[in-house]
Design a binder for this molecule. Structure first.
Ligand SMILES: Cc1cc2nc3c(=O)[nH]c(=O)nc-3n(C[C@H](O)[C@H](O)[C@H](O)COP(=O)(O)OP(=O)(O)OC[C@H]3O[C@@H](n4cnc5c(N)ncnc54)[C@H](O)[C@@H]3O)c2cc1C
Length: 457
């Protein structure tokens, strides 16, 4: 048996089921089975895997960190290339550059960077893999100032549909790089390394958080929406509507993290401190010196491993009264005590010539359904995906990070960028080797099963 063969787990082989289930971080695993899973040990395996798939007429899917909420890499039939063993980081501190393999997680990467006085806007949750995160745009800590993380990708090493390995930069492969920056699960090659620009570490992080009673929900959300254009880009402002221990009705927590110097931090937080409803806060934390590790721990607490999740979201720039009106069912219908509505005030970003990434708006409105019992699947999925449809009239697309195109079809790119991406796919992957966005026919959620049953009834 060759080394390659020893890492290839065909369906039924010892280790196959473990690799299939392990490919999805969410406890709600898809009921889909690839014909084979290749646990790649390096670039050469990926090349050989692609050629192996081509020779057998198998389509190819990919997993890096496994954090796709819908388990996008796990498809029925075909070959799943599992990159979870590729987690090397090389930091070139003097040039503020780093090379990372696709399964690298944000906390480890930032710990290595911190030792050199550097930082990268990796995902809010510590365990997200950079592979899917960067391809999907990438909203990390301080992305309002640093931009979606894909803007910091300067090059990739990628295996193309014919099995060749290329080192791509804006100079050598401008089209491929344009697609890398935002195509998400629609990318048509396998990235084995990202070459990144990294950033100077922050002098200080200050965090404030205020918890408000249910009655103030709409006032707090509207204030934050109207205020975000006036606050510093280095202030990350978000609200969360969720249950709070000891409080009966869902509360609204507004959180601000200032990536700052000791001089400008208090000034950044001042608009929040002037908010008219502040005196009604049930709990408060003010100007607390924090670290990236503190912020990661907070996110981790919000989305612990071992739960079942259905997550979705839309971008909007509409007047806040219309957003609140359209979002009423989502806001009023939080399905379990661990579920929450995330109201992320990104503030908008212009599109770029060198990136297909293109849907961001002022607000990202994102239901996160969290539960433990499989019997609650339909409840969580209906809230996260079906209730969100009420926002269609005010929304302009989704984020690939959380998209579930199978259960709530939506666009993660503007029409012009989506059309160009498909033209490039025809050129780079003319025989459709690589899987693209998950389709409704492939979904195995309780919601999809119910819809199919309703159609045939
Ligand atoms: C708990 C949690 C917190 C999250 N927080 C954030 C956040 O703060 N900000 C944010 O932007 N997103 C966040 N996400 C979403 C996350 O960024 C996306 O799900 C992303 O796809 C995860 O990347 P991954 O490599 O771990 O996922 P995977 O499931 O491994 O990959 C998802 C898909 O991306 C594509 N892909 C991945 N790697 C490659 C590669 N090397 N080459 C080609 N295609 C590839 C494939 O189509 C693959 O199926 C979060 C997700 C979870 C579960």
């Amino acid at each position: 048996m060759t080394d390659f063969e020893s890492r290839l787990l065909v369906r039924g082989a010892h280790g196959y089921e473990e690799a299939r289930l392990g490919a999805v971080w969410n406890e709600r695993k898809p009921d889909r089975r690839p014909d084979a899973i290749l646990v790649a040990a390096g670039d050469r395996d990926v090349q050989e895997g692609v050629r192996w798939g081509v020779a057998r007429g198998l389509r190819v899917s990919v997993r890096s960190g496994g954090h796709s909420w819908i388990g996008n890499g796990v498809r029925d039939g075909g070959l799943l290339i599992d990159l979870s063993a590729l987690d090397e980081v090389v930091v070139d501190a003097p040039n503020r550059r780093a090379t990372v393999r696709p399964a690298v997680q944000g906390t480890r990467f930032n710990a290595l960077l911190a030792a050199e006085g550097l930082v990268f806007p990796s995902g809010h949750c510590p365990s997200v893999g950079v592979g899917g995160f960067l391809l999907g745009g990438g909203y990390g800590w301080n992305s309002r100032a640093l931009g979606p993380a894909c803007f910091s990708v300067e090059g990739v090493d990628a295996v193309l549909a014919d099995g060749t390995l290329v080192h791509a930069t804006d100079e050598t492969h401008p089209d491929l790089m344009w697609a890398v920056r935002g195509a998400g699960p629609g990318f048509f090659a396998v990235v084995t390394r990202f070459h990144l620009r990294v950033h100077p570490a922050y002098d200080q992080i200050l965090r404030s958080a205020y918890v408000f009673p249910h009655e103030l929900r709409d006032e707090v959300l509207a204030w934050s929406y109207d205020t975000v254009p006036e606050v510093s880009d280095s202030l990350e402002l978000s609200a969360k509507v969720a249950c709070t221990p000891g409080v009966e009705r869902p509360t609204t927590t507004i959180t601000a993290a200032a990536f700052c110097t000791p001089q400008d931090g208090p000034e950044m937080l001042e608009p929040l401190e002037r908010a008219p409803f502040l005196r009604h806060a049930l709990r408060r934390i003010e100007r607390r010196p924090s670290s990236l590790d503190d912020l990661y721990a907070l996110s981790d607490g919000l989305t612990p491993k071992g739960r079942r999740y259905a997550v979705d979201g839309v971008w909007t720039d509409a007047p806040v009264e219309r957003v609140l009106d359209a979002g009423q069912e989502v806001l009023d219908g939080i399905p379990t005590r661990e579920s929450f509505l995330l109201w992320m005030l990104w503030g908008g970003q212009p599109t770029r010539e060198n990136a297909c990434w293109s849907t961001q708006g002022r607000l990202y409105f994102s239901p996160n359904a969290v539960w433990r019992d499989p019997a609650d699947d339909l409840l969580g999925e209906t809230w996260a995906h079906d209730s969100l449809r009420a926002l269609d009239p005010v929304a302009h697309g989704t984020q690939f990070a959380d998209a579930n195109p199978a259960d709530r079809p939506d666009h993660g790119l503007r029409a012009e960028q989506a059309a160009r991406l498909e033209r490039l796919r025809e050129r780079y992957d003319p025989h459709g080797l690589f899987r693209t966005y998950l389709s409704p026919e492939e979904s195995t959620t309780a919601l999809a099963v119910r819809r199919r049953a309703e159609r045939t009834a």
